[in-house]
Write a protein that binds this ligand. Structure first.
Ligand code: ZN
Length: 127
């Protein structure tokens, strides 16, 4: 059982890495982007206070144009937050501050995960 899970995890990791490798680079998509910071808050679906908060600084020169964040729920399977579309839309608009939410659709044992991720993006651009 443990063995099978381990294999699945490494397969998922491989798929994720492959996707990152195949994605266009961020600087190619938004050439004027100078810096990007994401403030992430995660909470369980029914809680009002965030359980996890962290800041992710994106290395603009080398990062892929892909924002797929893992779910913070330990037992969540096939979950995660792909905010690529929303973040890229904000950057293409040239927004310096924008935010949004994403609900995890993974499963925790017999129910859906439903963990809510809230992100606040702060970006700067070259003139
Ligand atoms: Zn989840």
């Amino acid at each position: 059982m443990m063995h099978r899970r381990g294999n699945e995890a490494s397969l998922r990791y491989e798929a994720r890495r492959q996707r990152e490798d195949e994605s266009p680079r961020l600087h190619a998509e938004v050439p004027t982007l100078e810096s990007l910071k994401l403030e992430i808050e995660e909470r369980r679906g029914n809680a009002s206070n965030p359980e996890t908060t962290y800041i992710r600084r994106i290395v603009v020169e080398s990062a892929p144009a892909l924002f797929a964040l893992v779910c913070g729920e330990r037992d969540c399977e096939d979950g995660g937050h792909d905010i690529t579309y929303a973040v890229m839309a904000g950057l293409r608009r040239g927004s310096t501050k924008f935010e949004g939410e994403d609900v995890c659709h993974g499963s925790v044992r017999t129910t859906t995960c439903g963990r809510v991720l809230h992100y606040k993006a702060t970006a700067t651009y070259r003139p």
